[in-house]
Structure formats: C-alpha cells, structure tokens
Design a protein around this ligand. Structure first.
Ligand code: PFF
Length: 445
C-alpha cells in the first residue's frame, strides 16, 4: 500500500499538531498547579531535553526508514527476532485508549464554546457548580459532544494523510498560534504576569514527591506524543529528503513554547482575577471561566476564543492518536480506510461512553478503584506507563537492534558531532532513566 507524502510544512504542522494538544493547554497547567509550579516545570523541561529529544529523533527515524505502519516497520527493520519486535508497533493501541478520555474532554470543550458566548459564571463557586453538575449529572450533554468529537475525528482520519490530516493541521495550527499569541500579549500587560512567571519558574522542591516525578516524566512523553507510534506513523509519510533533526527541533520548540505560553497566560489571568492556580482537571473549566467573567464582554470573547484554540489543539492531536492503528489495519489486514477509521473510531467512542459514566453519580461508584475512577486510571496508565515504556522500546530498538551503519548513514550527516551523544543517550541515558522511573512507579525506590 503506497502512503501519501506530507509536504515539508505539512509534516511539521501535523507533527506539531499531534504534540500540541490538551496536554499543553489543559493538562500541563493543572498538573503544574497540583505539584506546586517551578520544580515540577524544571523536571519536565529537563526530561524533554535529555530524553524526549533523543526519543523523538529515534521514533521519527523508525517511521522514515520503515515507511509502513508501525508494526511492519518494526518487523522489517529488525534483522533478527522480527516477530518479537513487531510488538513495538502495537503501542498504537495506547493511542486508542488515550482517545477514550481525550474525546470526552474535547466534548467538554465544545460545550464550553457554546455556553461561553452568552454566559460566564460570576464566581469560582458558581463555576465549580456548573462544571461538577455537567461532570456528575450531565450524561446526555457529555454524550452529545463526545459524539460530535467522534464524528469530526473519524471524518478527518477517513480523508487520509494529505486530504484530511495535513489539510486540517494547515488551518487549525496557525489559527491556534494566533489566538494564543494575542491572549498572551494581553496577559503580559497585567500586573500579575510576574507572579505567574515566579510560580512557573521558581522551584519549590517541597511539593516534589515520587508521584510528582513520575507524572513530570510521563507528561514529557505525553506532550511530545512519544512512545505510541503517532510520530512514527506520520514519519512514514515524510518527504524523502526530509531532515529528521530539523523537524524534531521544530516540534519540540513549538510544543514546549506553547505549553509555557499557555501556562503563563492562564496563571496570570487566575492571579489577576482572584482564583489562583486552583487544582485539578477543572482548572480551565472552573477557575478560568470565573476569571474571564471579571473581564466583562472581553471575557466572553476571550473565553470563546480560548476554548476554540483548545478544541483545535485537541482535534489535531486526536487524529494522530487514531492514525497508527488505522494505518495498521489498512496495511496489514487490507481494510479500506473507511472501514479502519470507523472501526477505530467506534472503539474509542464506545469505551469513551463508559469513561463518561465513570464520573456520573450512580455509576461512578462502580467505576472507581483505589481512589481513581476509570477516567483517571486510563490517563495514568497510558501517560505514566505505556508511553514511557514505548519510548524505551524505541530507544533500544534504534540504539541496539537496527544496524548501526544504517542509522549512522542517515543520522550522522544531520547530527554531525552530536551523533555520538544522541546514540549514547539512546543506548544508556534513556534506558537507565526509564528504568529508574519504572522502579519508582512500582514503589521500589
Ligand atoms: N501530545 C498530545 C497532547 O499533549 O495532548 C497527546 C498525545 C498525542 C499523546 C499523540 C500521544 C500521542 F501519540
């Protein structure tokens, strides 16, 4: 099966579109809020530079060399034990699991776009009521918007790499950057901007426990879309003469900048209008609307634009979460794109309904174990376990399994002297760090 190729800009926007998602604008600020700001941000930035960067180059390289769906690429690039290595490609399943809650959150965002046009809650208390009422009792509302997200995502994936994914990213990504930049510039004019800078950059190590550490590392993978084959699947459609290092630099730069810009902007608004860095997933749905209310009509405009930008970020990531398994079924099982897109869509859509129920009164009691409901469990196991594990497999695969000469012939001209550092990092730094994270996760250290 021949895969359509991205244009040069199309690839950067699609890969950045995958990376820049709910992770940057919804999740990053709220987990930064929970774990106390600066110290958490430092661990996250450090992981992005030390590990994320090397793993992204490795993941792009596997896709670029393999030119097929993830499973086939692993299989064909492994000189020995290809039957075992092909399981690396099944990491794509993590994407579908992520989609089960990702689509639900995009649904909440759609709902907030619609309601923020005319209404904003006048206090944090009221905002919390509105959000928790939707979360705990608004089954039909959530189902309706989850359905809209499912239809939109499935429609775009069905149109394919060029006509669907590239096209959507070419429009939504620049729009998102424009909206966020305008709001950020406004935030810099407020007095509380410097307070937000302090919160995000002055480390307070007292809030860092092992959970904070694992969450920061997991988030670095999640936000860069690493470890499940999204970047790999897109890279199978890279133009032949593409420069992997330059592409990686762009994606890491855009992803990190947008997370920091979104965080600074949100915390500035939250400090300025009273609420502070409130904790939890409700941050952008509770504290922020109440802050926007204080701005009057400008607040309504900001709220709608903000939620539109957030929806754009979520949609461009969603297609990359679904595409790896879609590509797999097209390449390996000979399915039509339509059949593959609809089947993968239904998979996350139907489980997503149970995810919605895991927050609904009367059901959530049955869908909660060990202090986390199904929603939180899927979020935690995919981001903190499956993605870092996938990243580890990719690092080892490029570092030890693919013939070094082949890797070197492509990567040395691009990385120059840094080739040896990168290769060393894949072989030793990434595996050792991931091992430490896993021990930590199992409570051993
Ligand atoms: N990077 C996306 C975000 O930050 O929201 C989420 C994501 C997309 C994770 C694609 C993994 C992936 F393969």
């Amino acid at each position: 099966m021949k895969i359509a190729r991205f244009s040069r800009l199309g690839f950067i926007l699609a890969a950045a579109g995958s990376a820049v998602g709910l992770g940057n604008i919804w999740k990053f600020p709220y987990i930064t809020g929970i774990y106390g700001g600066g110290a958490f941000v430092l661990i996250y930035l450090f992981t992005v530079l030390l590990i994320g960067f090397s793993v992204m180059i490795a993941e792009m390289l596997i896709g670029y060399m393999g030119r097929k769906d993830g499973v086939t690429s692993f299989e064909e690039l492994a000189p020995k034990h290809s039957g075992m290595w092909k399981f690396g490609g099944f990491q794509g399943l993590a994407g579908l699991f992520i989609m089960t809650f990702y689509s639900v959150v995009i649904g909440w965002i759609f709902h907030y776009i619609a309601t923020s046009i005319f209404y904003l809650p006048s206090s944090a208390k009221e905002a919390e009521n509105v959000f928790t009422t939707m979360l705990h009792t608004g089954f039909t509302t959530q189902l309706f918007y989850h359905t809209v997200a499912f239809v939109w995502i499935t429609y775009v994936v069905n149109k394919g790499i060029k006509g669907g994914i590239e096209k959507m990213n070419m429009i939504l990504m620049p729009s998102l950057v424009i909206i966020l930049s305008a709001m950020f510039v406004y935030a810099t004019t407020l007095d509380t901007f410097s307070k937000a800078v302090d919160f995000m950059f002055l480390p307070d190590w007292s809030k860092i426990n092992s959970e904070a550490f694992v969450t920061a590392v997991g988030h670095a993978f999640f936000t860069l879309s690493l470890g499940m084959g999204a970047i790999m699947t897109y890279s199978a459609s890279l133009p032949k003469d593409a420069n992997i290092v330059k592409n990686t630099l762009w994606v890491v730069f855009l992803d990190t900048t947008i997370a920091i810009v979104a965080g600074l902007m949100l915390f500035t608004f939250l400090y300025q209008y009273g609420a502070g860095p409130a904790k939890g997933p409700g941050l952008v749905f509770i504290s922020l609307p109440a802050a926007f209310y204080e701005m009057g009509v400008l607040g309504n405009i900001f709220a709608v634009l903000f939620f539109i930008a957030l929806a754009f970020a979520g949609l461009t990531s969603s297609v990359s979460l679904v595409e790896p398994m879609v590509q797999y079924f097209i390449d390996r099982s000979g399915w039509s794109r339509l059949k593959a897109s609809v089947s993968m869509g239904l998979f996350f859509y139907l489980i997503g309904i149970i995810v919605i129920l895991s927050n609904i009164d009367g059901y959530k009691e049955f869908l909660t174990w060990g202090g986390k409901n199904l929603f939180d469990w899927i979020d935690f196991t995919t981001a903190a376990i499956m993605l870092p594990f996938g990243g580890l497999i990719m690092a080892i695969f490029v570092g030890f399994v693919i013939d070094k000469k082949k890797v070197e012939s492509i990567m040395r001209p691009q990385l120059k002297f840094a080739f040896d550092i990168w290769y060393f990092s894949l072989r030793y730094i990434v595996p050792v760090s991931m091992f430490v994270v896993m021990l930590n996760l199992m409570g051993i250290i």
